[in-house]
Design a protein around this ligand. Sequence first.
Ligand code: PXG
Length: 289
Amino acid sequence: MKIYLDGRLVDESKAMVSVFDHGLLYGDGVFEGIRAYNGRVFKLDDHLDRLYRSAKAIALVIPMTKEALARAVVMTCKANGVRDGYIRLVVTRGVGTLGLNPFTCKKPQVIIIAGGIQLYPKKLYETGMSIITVGTMRNQAEAVNPRIKSLNYLNNVLAKIEAMNAGVMECIMLNPQGYVAEASGDNVFALRGKTLLTPPPWCGSLEGITRAVVMELAPEHGLTVNENVMTRYDLYTADEVFLTGTAAEIISVTNVDQRVIGNGKPGPMTRKLAKHFHAVAQRSGTPIE
Ligand code: PXG
């Protein structure tokens, strides 16, 4: 596999970063997870916009233009023969001295990995998944703002550990006020009747790209999207619950905290939205050729 590092493609065996990179020392950096479908990079501009916003929020200047970075993403996919896959874009603060001061880091490091991902077993997409709510809270905006997709994902990792220890693969994180924020690496939706409820970013959800696509497709299915405060009540009493994310795509949730959602099988609207999402993904995006 060829990795984009320091402005060029290098073999993965030679793709090394310094132990003095503040991305490693302090989780000081930002990232994106992007998918390629059918020879096209899906929603590349939206991912780049979010990456540059995350960088701006942590006062990190990405040392190339959005256009150049877009070209580098496409080039990395091409070099690895990736037509359907998963792209990890990372920008670290770069090499500096020991000590927090980010201004000792003179050159941010841009890394692009183009490979594959299977987040959840295929079977879970047919059966639906069981999840739990966990004690690890979503960060509050006044601390590490959860709108920043930073390399500091320990909070999400801790939530994931709680889920895995409980025998499930994903979990719902609440915000410090006790409202539903999202899953550890996915956004959450609850369907009641013809209303699709999802928490707004100010409740601690990431402005997910997949989430945005679902919100855009919803009216075509006769749905009204209600971006609003959400409690566990809304999950427990929903007709359908599903998670969205670049890696997860759209996955049905059939059990939350041992409460059966709907009839315990992936709901018809979740299936329809997932099908529609895949159709859109197959025919849009930035060409890799
Ligand atoms: N919430 C969080 C906290 C995320 O990190 C999403 C929601 C879904 O957003 P998108 O834009 O992908 O629809 C994410 C997505 C990885 C990885 O390994 C990426 C995410 C989460 C976990 C792992 O690349 N990001």
